[in-house]
Ligand binder design. Structure first.
Ligand code: RUB
Length: 312
């Protein structure tokens, strides 16, 4: 797909969910690399740099996006001709997409081991990694029941209940504010992540942090399903994850909002769940406690403290 089309689809959330966004960005860079017509390697690199910036600027929170873009762009490292750069970038994009798809599958297999026969699982938003765990448990023949939230304001819960329904999984659809009422019926909460910081905090769809609090109070475990490219290297430097605040029209008719001059409508798309409320993060490399986030950043994303020191 063309770069600008992909960027627009990510911005408008036609393409959404951190993993899907990352794969779409990788594909868009590959497509762009095939269209830049020049023999000048410097010009090629500049064009690809611009493309990378366009993609990264679409949505600020899902760190899978800059991580994917960085991985694909590094495919050009060492290239001395446009042809080498294009081939390297194309290979990197292909291997990112493949690895991402395998990662989700592997997370499903590992995550399913944490879901027991007879369990009631609650999930929030529409996460392919979280759903992979639930679907894998179901495929293994475990009798499970799911509570799925509506997910105001964009209703991603509708996508989730369609998938669960099609798989033949008994599902309860609830409004976000009903979580506390049902949490004592739930054995396990499984969510995805848009970013995991170096201290193990999980950034995910708005409402996740409230669910984590309710789960903590009810002694219900919270498992986060997150590929290693959801971990945020630059949080080592103290950089914070930017929480996207979207158009108020998603929450309230702008005409109504305009008639209420003393009311400010807020629409943050994500929130932060501290590590102490997260029992386990299931990655494709295995399940880890959130406190091991730095090891993932160092061992699988290739960033460590020495690299950052060099950058200063
Ligand atoms: C999606 C969301 C998902 C994560 C993980 O938010 O918060 O839980 O992105 O999803 P939005 P996945 O709908 O605003 O993109 O596991 O599919 O990467």
């Amino acid at each position: 797909m063309l770069l600008n089309q992909t960027a627009e689809k990510i911005r408008s959330m036609e393409i959404r969910g951190a993993g899907r966004i990352a794969r779409a960005a990788a594909e868009a860079l590959k497509d762009r690399a095939g269209r830049v017509e020049t023999d000048d390697i410097d010009l090629f690199r500049r064009e690809m740099g611009r493309a990378a910036e366009t993609l990264v600027s679409t949505r600020p929170t899902a760190v899978s996006l800059p991580n994917a873009v960085r991985f694909v762009m590094r495919g050009m490292d060492g290239a001395t001709t446009v042809r080498e750069a294009r081939d390297g970038l194309t290979d990197a994009a292909d291997s990112f997409v493949l690895a991402s798809e395998h990662a989700v599958e592997r997370i499903g297999e590992i995550g399913a081991r944490h879901i027991a026969d007879g369990d009631v699982v609650l999930t929030h938003c529409n996460s392919e990694a979280a759903l992979a765990c639930i679907l894998a448990a179901h495929r293994e023949g475990k009798e499970i029941e799911v509570f799925a939230t509506e997910v105001r304001p964009r209703n991603q819960g509708l996508l989730t209940i369609r998938t669960l329904n099609d798989a033949g999984i008994k599902t309860n659809f609830i409004v976000d504010s009903a979580v506390r009422s049902f949490i004592n019926d739930v054995d396990l909460v499984v969510t995805g992540a848009d970013a995991v910081t170096v201290n193990g905090a999980v950034v995910n769809k708005i409402g996740t942090a409230q669910i984590a609090l309710a789960a903590h109070e009810a002694r219900t475990n919270l498992v986060v399903a997150a590929e290693t490219y959801k971990f945020a290297p630059r949080t080592i430097l103290g950089e914070r994850i930017a929480i996207e605040e979207r158009d108020i029209a998603e929450v309230l008719d702008p005409a109504v909002a305009a008639s209420l001059p003393n009311v400010r409508v807020r629409n943050p798309a994500f929130d932060v769940t501290p590590a102490k409320y997260v029992d386990l993060i299931v990655t494709e490399m295995g399940a880890i406690p959130p406190q091991m986030a730095y090891c993932i950043i160092r061992d699988y994303l290739g960033w460590d403290l020495t690299e950052f020191q060099k950058a200063f």
